[in-house]
Design a protein around this ligand. Structure first.
Ligand code: HEC
Length: 447
């Protein structure tokens, strides 16, 4: 962790709030992306297995179309899945470095698992498309037996490899996202910061219920993505058979609707599990907004199901996406609330660092003249009486002894009959020395 500590820059309170907002925006990218990768690959793998067993071309085609949709392309995988998570780790290091290392640790492990998982899922994606090519080759070339056997062998090997990659990738993604959810949950659950037992954190009720919410919304978003990308995006996928269309529509609706019915329940469980000092009016507002959006989603799903069409594909996609956004905002707000103390500590650090910086690089010049003008001149003049006696009468007895005068300024005594006691001007020794030097020099002008 020493290495990471080196990355920490002192933060002013404004920067801390800014970082919370940036991390929210990054989650807006990361969470939906990792959701559709996870749930999309499971669905794709499921239909691929089923399609091969039943020799069903619709299932097989859907499996490929789906994995191609959710993985978008390689650079998206790197940007949205890997770079975004890495960025949020850097932000969390800044926010939590002095108090809450356990959150950062969880996120770092999440990063390792998620990165490996994403690589394997992309391997599955490209090898699955590749296998399809073999299939067509196989059908084309049936005459030459020797050649055909060879193709069959390569094909079955690459298929095995593709399945292996998908299964292992999914396991890694499951673990990675679980660690991720645990890290985020710890972000607002201060009571667990000292809990170094990873297992007890992972299996705590708060983490499990949030993880279930995450999986449910991942499935719902994947269903919505199917509807959106097959039927709306760029006019929808072209030249689909009616049978295939109907299958994709039903699968999309089902995959969105079933989890959507369970999400409200788990959202409520999530809120009740949150520590009191993380809750505030705006946390509740965004949770409520999430719930309302889900109910709106039910409405669109129902209409689309009843009318047997795909007219509301875009609406459903937006509704599900914004439900996820509003829960992310609620979580981040809770985190800001729970970390007020930590924010204070960081701000305090910042002040210390800043004052050290100003002290060493640009020593503040203490000007005797300024102090005289701002403090002493209210009661003193060099040549006439104000509240106190004129300097030209009182200073000569000091015989240019700066230290003696400093002693008086720091601790005034009654020296001149007929005058009241001089109140202590409250100067620091170096300030007193500066002003004493200044007035002893100035008074010579009046000799
Ligand atoms: C609120 C009014 C007030 C302020 C402000 C004030 N003085 Fe005085 N000062 C007096 C009075 C009254 C006396 C006379 C006290 C006595 O000697 O009994 C006095 C006395 C003095 C004397 C004469 C001491 C002596 O040994 O005879 C010096 C020198 C002096 N002040 C310096 C300063 C300097 C320097 C400052 C600014 C840092 C300052 N004073 C600010 C009211 C003030």
């Amino acid at each position: 962790m020493n290495l990471l500590d080196k990355l920490v820059i002192p933060l002013s309170p404004e920067h801390i709030v800014l970082l919370h907002y940036i991390s929210m925006l990054i989650f807006f990218l990361f969470v939906p992306f990792i959701s559709i990768i996870l749930a999309g690959s499971i669905t794709s793998l499921y239909y691929r297995t089923k399609g091969l067993k039943q020799n069903n071309n619709i299932y097989l085609r859907f499996s490929i179309d789906l994995i191609e949709t959710v993985t978008i392309n390689k650079s998206m995988g790197v940007m949205l899945g890997i770079v975004s998570l890495l960025t949020s780790i850097l932000i969390y290091v800044q926010l939590f470095h002095s108090a809450n290392l356990i959150t950062v640790n969880f996120l770092i492990w999440a990063f390792v698992f998620v990165t490996l998982g994403i690589i394997l899922i992309y391997t599955y994606r490209y090898s699955a498309s590749f296998n399809e090519l073999f299939n067509s080759l196989h059908e084309l070339d049936n005459k030459d037996n020797r050649f055909s056997e060879e193709i069959e062998r390569v094909r079955s090997n690459s298929r095995k490899l593709s399945f292996k990659a998908a299964r292992l990738g999914l396991i890694l993604l499951f673990i990675g996202t679980w660690l991720f959810i645990a890290g985020v949950t710890l972000g607002f659950d201060i009571s667990k910061w000292s809990d170094t037992n990873v297992v007890s954190v992972l299996f705590s009720w708060a983490v499990i219920s949030r993880y279930i919410t995450f999986l449910l919304s991942a499935a719902a978003l994947t269903g919505a993505t199917i509807l959106f990308s097959f039927f709306y995006w760029e006019g929808g996928k072209q030249d689909l058979s009616d049978e295939y269309k109907d299958f994709a529509r039903k699968t999309g609706i089902l995959l969105t609707a079933v989890p959507a019915f369970l999400i409200p329940l788990f959202l409520l469980v999530d809120i009740t599990g949150m520590p009191g000092d993380s809750l505030s009016g705006s946390v509740f507002t965004f949770f409520t907004l999430g719930l309302l959006l889900i109910f709106l989603g039910y409405h669109y799903l129902y209409v689309m199901y009843k009318q047997n069409n795909t007219n509301y594909s875009l609406h459903i996609f937006i509704v599900v996406l914004f439900t996820i956004f509003s829960t992310i905002i609620a979580d981040q707000t809770a985190m800001i609330n729970a970390n007020k103390e930590q924010t204070y500590v960081l701000a305090q650090n910042f002040e210390n660092v800043m004052s050290k910086l100003t002290a060493s690089s640009a020593p503040v010049k203490i000007s005797g003249e300024d102090i005289y003008k701002n403090v002493c001149s209210a009661c003193h003049s060099f040549d006439h009486k104000v509240v106190g006696p004129p300097y030209k009468l009182t200073l000569p007895k000091y015989h240019d002894d700066v230290d003696k005068l400093v002693k008086f300024i720091l601790n005034p005594t009654q020296n001149n009959p007929g005058y009241p006691l001089m109140p202590n001007p409250g100067l620091k020794p170096d300030q007193a020395k500066a002003v004493a030097t200044y007035i002893l020099k100035e008074v010579r002008k009046y000799e």
